[in-house]
Design a protein around this ligand. Structure first.
Ligand code: ZN
Length: 307
């Protein structure tokens, strides 16, 4: 929805008298509390005003549907509203208009702060996202704020995994190394320290230009679990001489791969390098059965790695 449209739907439902009173209310700072919450495409805007008799306060609730582009609910507990509302469902008393105007004003302020003149043409396009951001800032709900923070402020860091087969003393194991970043991926040079820092929400220098802090970055839920597994693993393995890798014995590779489900990994196996995704499902095998004279020949062209 365009900001001009938002302004219009509020003014469209206002009488001139109430509009002037609303402006007076805002100028006199009679709007004491103001809150916004959003459910799907509907914005709930709440206001709390000094009332006529100064003994009680007035509460407003305005619901605007951003897809339908209209006010779908309006309520105020002032005497004017209860008198007139019987005839007109979207009657806006002076408090409701104030609530609407304040909403528009805050949105504009928010947009102006976040855009330069050059970007002004994008304002209308971005208004829904901007409003989401705005809601986060003003929300009283900590969980919601946290969720918004994830979405708008913090950047997600990806973990790439590289696994190389190692043959040593007749036993087989795998060396695992990790790369972290957003676009540029940095090799982790001390896996234990890295995992420990992230789990404990501590700042960690990953590479030039990338310092992990919980305020700026986050990992997906699956990667957080992977980090915990890695950290626990480093506590019990004795690979102190090379901090860049963890060495996984063949016997526990399956358990480790379970932590990497759906992740793209780089696998070096039998002197070949594969970029592949870890799957937990039946292998899509197909066979060809041929009869040649009295014999049957069963073949498959596909090649898989099993453990
Ligand atoms: Zn009212």
């Amino acid at each position: 929805m365009k900001i001009s449209k938002l302004e219009q739907i509020i003014l469209h439902n206002s009488s001139k008298v109430n509009l002037n009173r609303a402006k007076h209310i805002l100028n006199n700072k009679e709007l004491l509390k103001f809150n916004i919450s959003k459910i799907d495409n509907v914005y709930n805007i709440y206001g709390n005003f000094k009332s006529e008799n100064k003994l009680q306060t007035c509460n407003t609730h305005l619901k605007i549907d951003f897809v339908e582009e209209k006010i779908i609910f309006a309520k105020c507990n002032c005497s004017m509203f209860s008198e007139i509302n019987y005839q007109n469902k979207t009657y806006l008393c002076e408090h409701l208009i104030s609530t609407g105007l304040r909403f528009v004003e805050e949105v504009k302020k928010k947009l102006n702060n976040r855009t330069t003149n050059k970007d002004k043409f994008r304002i209308d396009k971005n208004i829904l996202n901007e409003l989401d951001f705005f809601r986060c800032k003003d929300s009283n709900n900590l969980a919601e704020k946290e969720e918004c923070g994830l979405k708008y402020k913090r950047k997600k860091l990806e973990i790439n995994v590289s696994i190389s087969e190692v043959k040593e003393n007749n036993s087989k194991c795998f060396d695992v190394s990790f790369f972290v970043g957003t676009n540029n991926m940095y090799s982790i040079t001390n896996i234990k320290e890295w995992a420990e820092s992230i789990i404990n929400s501590k700042e960690y220098y990953i590479g030039k230009g990338l310092v992990y802090t919980p305020k700026k970055y986050y990992f997906s839920k699956a990667d957080e679990e992977l980090l915990e597994y890695i950290y626990e693993y480093t506590l019990f393995s004795d690979n102190e001489n090379n901090e860049r890798i963890i060495r996984i014995p063949n016997e526990i590779l399956r358990r480790f791969l379970e932590k990497l489900l759906k992740k793209k990994i780089k696998l070096n196996y039998n002197y070949q390098t594969y970029i592949t995704e870890v799957k937990d499902e039946n292998v899509p095998l197909s066979f060809t059965l041929k009869q040649i004279n009295d014999n049957y020949i069963l073949t498959t062209k596909k090649y898989f790695l099993f453990h």
